[in-house]
Design a protein. Structure first.
Length: 101
């Protein structure tokens, strides 16, 4: 059975709208646009509803997948650390080249 929970992966503020979108199976961005328009038209009542849902809705459970980098707030996978990009050497400037300034 599917439960209505706040999203852990696609949150902007607290994950309420993304959780609702995941529950009903549509794009969270579309729901955010609809919510923004409703807030402007509805004189703030959707804002109060959002605060209530942020308090009442439970967080989505954490994933136990070791390859999921968001599972415990840090990377647990067997990924190799990224090598820093090689630095470019600066061009040598002659003293007489400063005439542009």
């Amino acid at each position: 059975m599917k439960k209505l929970t706040k999203s852990r992966d696609n949150k902007m503020v607290s994950g309420v709208l993304a959780g609702i979108a995941e529950y009903f199976g549509f794009d969270p961005t579309l729901l955010r646009i609809i919510y923004g328009a409703a807030t402007l038209i509805g004189a703030g009542s959707p804002f109060i509803l959002y605060i209530v849902l942020a308090i009442v809705m439970p967080e989505a459970p954490r994933s136990n997948d070791p390859k999921d980098s968001t599972a415990h707030g840090f990377n647990q996978g067997n990924k190799q650390p990224e090598k820093p990009a090689s630095r470019k050497e600066a061009d040598k400037v002659e003293e007489e080249d400063w005439s542009d300034f």
